[in-house]
Design a protein around this ligand. Structure first.
Ligand SMILES: Cc1ncc(COP(=O)(O)O)c(C=O)c1O
Length: 471
């Protein structure tokens, strides 16, 4: 009998020991996220020393490296903490983290047909459509809004300019229509799809920061008269800056009259379309050609997990399908790479599928409604204080406000410094944003761990630190 060769990649401890330590560290991390922590720890000496290491030649004990990993993670800014209010966070929902661990253990590649995982991805795509109220016949899981938007717009380009994926634009002049506050990923999509960022018509908004449908209609008509080909209208369902929801139904009318693709970028806001108090804002979503929604934003799951949904699956095929010797089609009609941008893709759908199964859709609606209430609570609290000034009532869960202490000369400099000072202080984490040339603190509520107490703490701490800065 020949002897088993020793495998080159061996840990110094058994799998069971490594797993047991990992589980202890994960349980500790989850416990530490249940409540806010009063400060962000600085990088300690151990981490600073590790940062000086060159490529390791000698192995280290697995327990030591796991403990170092936990230390590094603990000294990082983690979005799931309940007082993380910056940008649009994600919550690392436990079932999602477990799903990722399981999925990565099997390391299935969703580039090609993968039996049950492929079928579950299809089902999860369909569940997501059902959840937000979009009649999807297809779509795919992506790394997030950026890839979802470019995927949908690639299909829109191919519909508007058939053959452009092969021939390029061949002298044709395209245009995309959207709000002036569209997410940059749409501009990036225009750049990467060869339309050029100059082809993006960033159009005026109404007093609630929603793109004006008349401005979109006029821009399309003027372009068509000048020989420009409209590729798509992008409605944003929850802008990144303030949470404004463009009037989807009116934009669907504009698009229907002119035969233009309507894409809804709901990366942030679309999960709220299912919540009764704000559902009317999303009317018309079911008339769009495609939409983007991120489970790693307002569905609380860990990154990276976006979904692009399309009304007609075959239009993704027109934009992405191809023949290669290494990808034979004889057994399955299409591989995932025939309708997605990426090749190797992890089984992202599992975390959405598991989360919907483990909690049921209504629990997500309740959690989103809670975040909406927190946003309204913050707005009302801000109104109670003479030294605070809100931007406007929040349409969704973003509530920009600024500190206006008596006698402050440069409010922009003050609020910019205040955001920085709050981040150093560490009790709350909030970022600043520039809106209408004014600097605001821009908290966003998309975390199921956040409580009303956390919301009120943001007001108290912002005023306390702001006063100290001003004084
Ligand atoms: C409206 C909108 N679209 C797209 C994106 C990009 O999403 P991702 O970071 O998941 O690529 C964001 C990110 O915040 C967003 O708010």
């Amino acid at each position: 009998m020949t002897e088993e060769p020793e495998r080159p990649l061996q840990l110094d401890a058994s799998r069971a020991e490594a797993l047991a330590r990992a589980v202890e560290l994960i349980a500790h991390a989850w416990r530490s996220m249940d409540h806010f922590r009063p400060e962000e720890p600085p990088l300690d000496d151990r981490v600073l020393a590790l940062l000086k290491d060159h490529l390791p030649e000698a192995p280290s004990p697995v327990r030591e490296v796991l403990d170092d990993a936990a230390r590094i993670l603990d000294e990082s800014i983690a979005q799931p903490r309940p007082r993380y209010f910056a940008f649009i966070g994600s919550s690392g929902l436990e079932i999602g983290a477990i799903a990722d661990f399981l999925a990565h253990t099997y390391d299935i590649n969703l580039a090609v047909y993968a039996a049950a995982a492929t079928e579950i991805e299809r089902q999860a795509v369909s569940w997501m459509g059902e959840f937000v109220g979009f009649p999807a016949t297809g779509g795919a899981f992506t790394s997030g809004g950026t890839v979802s938007n470019i995927t949908a717009l690639a299909a829109a380009r191919e519909r508007a300019l058939p053959g452009s994926r092969a021939d390029g634009l061949a002298g044709r002049r395209p245009a995309l229509y959207c709000s002036a506050e569209v997410h940059y990923s749409v501009v990036r999509a225009a750049e990467l799809l060869g339309l050029g960022s100059a082809a993006v018509r960033a159009l005026p908004q109404d007093e609630e920061r929603r793109v004006r449908p008349d401005a979109v209609a006029d821009a399309i008509d003027a372009d068509v008269a000048a020989g420009v080909t409209p590729i798509a209208v992008v409605a944003t369902a929850g802008t990144t800056l303030t949470g404004a929801v463009d009037p989807i139904d009116a934009l669907a009318d504009v698009c229907a009259d002119r035969g233009v693709w309507l894409h809804v970028d709901g990366a942030y806001g679309l999960p709220a379309a299912t919540v009764p108090s704000v559902a009317p804002l999303f009317e018309g979503l079911d008339r769009a050609d495609s939409c983007s929604v991120d489970a790693h934003k307002w569905l609380y799951l860990p990154k990276a997990c976006g979904v692009v949904l399309v009304r007609r699956q075959e239009e993704l095929g027109v934009a992405f399908s191809h023949e290669q010797g290494y990808l034979p089609h004889q057994r399955h009609e299409l591989h995932a790479v025939d309708f997605t941008l990426e090749y190797s893709r992890p089984f992202r759908a599992l975390k959405v599928w598991l989360a919907f199964r483990a909690y049921g859709a209504p629990a997500f609606r309740t959690a989103i409604e809670q975040n909406l209430r927190q946003a309204r609570l913050l707005y009302e609290e801000v109104l109670k204080h003479d030294d605070l000034e809100p931007l406007a009532p929040p349409p969704l869960s973003i509530v920009p406000f600024r500190h206006v202490p008596e006698g402050a000369r440069d409010l922009n400099a003050h609020n910019f410094e205040l955001a920085r000072a709050l981040q150093v202080d560490g009790r709350v984490y909030v970022a600043s944003a520039l809106i209408d040339d004014r600097v605001y603190l821009r908290p966003c509520f998309v975390n199921y761990r956040t409580t009303e107490e956390d919301v009120l703490a943001l007001v108290d701490i912002a005023r306390e630190v702001g006063e100290k800065l001003a004084g």
